[in-house]
Design a protein around this ligand. Sequence first.
Ligand code: AR6
Length: 170
Amino acid sequence: MKLELAKGDITQEATEAIGNAANSRLAGGGGVDGAIHRSGGHEIMKELREKYRGCPTGSAVITGGGHLKAKYVIHAVGPVYSGKPKDAELLAGAYQASLELCSKHRIRSIAFPSISTGVYGYPVREAAPIALNTVKRYLTSHSEIERVRFVLFDDQTYLAYQEVYSKFQM
Ligand code: AR6
């Protein structure tokens, strides 16, 4: 199984990279973004400010991991939920762009949070199949990535992902 689910705090993950659910200004914030910057220290924000002028929704940028166990943080920007078809495309884009950065930087393992399902209001039952199917599809054609973990913070989120995951044949 290259794709796994876990319950927990992503800042404690020892995968080579962890994903962040960022905003398009890359300005930091609450939720998982706040937790990553608190645990990783100021150098992550410093690098974001030096290298990037924001990031479009549906895309991602990469920095070092500061004091985190992970060597890299991939800051992905999911959509604010609007209920329009474009949401799904942008959410898939955030995962896809993150995985493309892994391939480009020879990162073999990454942990993702559930992007957009907190402050951004994406219903987790709709987001889980998009997240898992996007990653599953990418892994099928990119053997350079060895492991993708979804690290889910609360029971409701974990169960929604588990329901989709249990139907996968991988
Ligand atoms: N580890 C794993 N998952 C977590 C953690 C953690 N330490 N903390 C929270 N979650 P959110 P969004 C879960 O709101 O919806 C920020 O202000 C959380 O329970 O972090 O994409 C950014 O700056 C939920 O399941 O991200 C943006 O402005 C999931 O992570 C905005 O929020 C995503 O919730 C992005 O909103």
